[in-house]
Write a protein that binds this ligand. Sequence first.
Ligand SMILES: Cc1ncc(COP(=O)(O)O)c(C=O)c1O
Length: 394
Amino acid sequence: MQLAKRMARVQASAIREILKVAERPDVLSFAGGLPAPEAFPVEALARAHADVLSGDAAGALQYGATEGFGPLRAWVAERMTRRGLPAAAEQVLITAGSQQGIDLVGKALIDPGDVVVVEAPSYLAALQSFSTYEARFETVPSDDDGMQVDALERLLRRKRPKLIYLVPTFQNPRGTTLSLERRVRIARLAARFGVTVLEDDPYGELRYRGPALPPVAGIEKEAPVIHLGSFSKTLAPGLRLGYAVADARAIRALTIAKQAADLHTGSLAQRAVARMFETFDYDAHLARLRRLYGERLDAMLASLERAFPEGTTWTRPEGGLFVWVQLPSGIDALELFGDAMLARVAFVPGAPFYPAEPCLETLRLNFSNRPPDAIARRLREARASRAPRRRIAG
Ligand SMILES: Cc1ncc(COP(=O)(O)O)c(C=O)c1O
């Protein structure tokens, strides 16, 4: 079999490879971005699926519209309007997770060689997806307030990128959030330079402290922004349900791209979730999730000091699923990974999240998947069992 040349530039996801090892039952994994299974609304979903199958089996099992199931599109439009992105149902495309939204944007917008601006570090599977469309990456550094806008503006003056890819809220992998001031500036820059922003927001509703910020897509009417959301982290990732919200022209292009990809998102899952939302108290469910994950985040933050060598720093997210750790200069996270696995603890070394020039002394920790006491205990044990570290040469 001869593969397309473009596949030579696309790397297998290091995270998925690590997850294979981390899935061993004796390993405590801080590696994946897995939601807590005990928080899946199993009963409500079971009832909704049963209702849909008994009341509308023909609709639920038949081919459906590419744009998605009308009532679910309307629900998303209404919720996004309340969250600060005014939208009509026609501006919503239901996707197979937000990952498909990323891929459809790549398919619809990126020609080989086009420049895509990304944060460094950035969400790995987005880099992977844009690579399959032969994008070239330009990176803009991030700090605790998200993408550095002065650096972005300098870049926009020099280059004409096709796309700016952002995870503004509780970024994967750093957990940090783009400040309001930077949101406004990025929206204005997008309008001024006519560059499309892809706002990928699977974590926006998982805020444990601090005030909510408006989506970048809702700030500046003239700015071309495509907003992506997901039910993966708030309901369950196995549903494979997400959405894109954008102007009619962008939704049309993404819809055509989706027709070629998978015709439409699964009819049964869309109808079941729309049915569930008729009676399910989603806000109360989110409040429970925020309490659960907020406790786990606190447990992790409280344990990090004892778990890592002196001189280590980490982000202090207000939500989402990840903490980003910066090790002292010269300590390679990949080596540390080997040690941690001996103590049956897994994490993701940070290097793969960089499209270029990786920082080897970084790693990502997930805190959503295990109870707080397990997080604290195992981080302590991992520290106790660790051999003295060698430094990276040079
Ligand atoms: C930033 C970001 N975008 C998109 C996704 C994909 O999520 P989904 O399950 O909605 O496809 C993830 C999943 O971890 C993510 O972290």
